[in-house]
Design a protein around this ligand. Structure first.
Ligand SMILES: NC(=O)c1ccc[n+]([C@@H]2O[C@H](COP(=O)([O-])OP(=O)(O)OC[C@H]3O[C@@H](n4cnc5c(N)ncnc54)[C@H](OP(=O)(O)O)[C@@H]3O)[C@@H](O)[C@H]2O)c1
Length: 311
């Protein structure tokens, strides 16, 4: 008899046919659609369950997050801490995230929005580059799976790249800053700051007025991590004061971003609807199957989250 995996899906995934979830390894059930005895569920698979939901499943062997970030699980005060939590690590996701950040960095560096506006006006407006890529210092908050790929992609364009993480890193061509004590030195040399940190109690609200004040004049901020990393009012104040040159945001305090948010119309903010990296069902489901097969064979699970650390 196959172990039972309960899927809780989010928009986009609901439209996939049930055959996409068929597996020789597990039997798939769907929360909100199938009826089941809670004690018959062996694995939970999904995104952001309602707080309190997981504790209603008493016999879970593992919880598998379909997203790279697990803040949607750990926000639950009743999260069953004795059950291993596995986060999705998908090479395609890191590739997409690095494409997005590279696109935004080059758009800024090459003044692409200026030329978009000129074309709308049918105007031949030339503009020189203010600096070469090799003169621009880009700092990455979070030098993990995704931050590392972003760093190496940016290096190929000659940008100066540094990273901030908890532990010291040895990445060729990337200057490593570690821990709280080195954050001011890191920030003081970021012409563009990219946030790709996990959301934890230590990193919530990290993109705030105090941090912006430590960036050089006319720095840019790119947030592709989680909306709760950023104090949106502090960002708008720093932009309006002229200290920051601009910002690119893929994630927001409230998603979908409310239509009356000042972010939509801000002339120096680029906003996209949380699409920097999209978990692809085919690779994610292959990963789920592999995790469950390993667990059933008594082998160690990959990418188990350190619950105390929060990522
Ligand atoms: N916008 C989107 O579409 C999208 C898509 C995918 C992911 N994301 C977000 O991106 C995040 C990162 O993903 P990942 O796979 O790269 O995670 P990861 O491999 O776990 O890397 C996290 C990095 O952050 C560092 N870090 C964590 N807490 C820190 C702290 N308090 N101080 C300093 N550094 C800290 C870690 O340092 P150590 O290496 O020293 O541990 C590590 O380098 C996810 O959690 C998710 O929220 C967003």
């Amino acid at each position: 008899v196959k172990p039972r995996a309960l899927f809780l899906l989010q928009a986009g995934w609901n439209e996939l046919g049930a055959d996409r979830f068929a597996s020789p390894v597990y039997e798939a059930l769907f929360a909100g659609r199938d009826s089941y005895a809670p004690e018959s569920i062996d694995y939970f698979v999904g995104f952001r369950p309602e707080p309190g939901f997981l504790k209603t499943l008493p016999r879970l062997k593992a919880i598998i997050s379909l997203g790279a970030g697990v803040d949607g699980f750990l926000r639950d005060p009743d999260f069953p801490r004795h059950v291993p939590l596995v986060r999705s690590v998908d090479p395609n996701l890191a590739i997409q995230m690095s494409e997005y950040v590279t696109l935004q960095v080059l758009t800024i560096h090459r003044h692409q929005r200026f030329f978009d506006a000129a074309q709308r006006d049918h105007a031949w407006r030339q503009r020189m580059l203010t600096r070469n890529a090799g003169d621009i210092r880009i700092g990455i908050l979070g030098l993990g799976t995704i931050g590392n790929l972003i760093a190496s992609r940016l290096r190929t364009f000659d940008f100066q790249v540094s990273g901030w993480s908890r532990s010291r890193k040895d990445v060729p061509g990337v200057k490593s800053f570690a821990g709280e004590s080195e954050l001011p030195a890191f920030l003081s040399q970021c012409d563009m700051l990219v946030c790709v940190l996990p959301l934890t109690h230590e990193t919530r609200g990290i993109l705030n007025a105090k941090l912006f004040a430590q960036l050089p004049e006319q720095a840019w901020v790119i947030n592709v991590a989680r909306g709760a990393h950023l104090i949106e009012d502090d960002l708008i104040a720093a932009l309006d004061r002229g200290h920051l040159a601009g910002a690119v945001l893929d994630v927001f305090q409230t998603e979908p971003l409310p239509s009356d948010s000042p972010i939509w119309a801000h002339p120096r903010i680029t906003a996209t609807p949380h699409i920097a990296g999209i978990t692809e069902p085919r690779t994610a489901l292959a990963y789920v199957e592999d995790c469950i097969a390993r667990a059933e064979a008594g082998k160690p699970l990959p990418n188990v989250v350190d619950i105390t650390r929060g990522y």
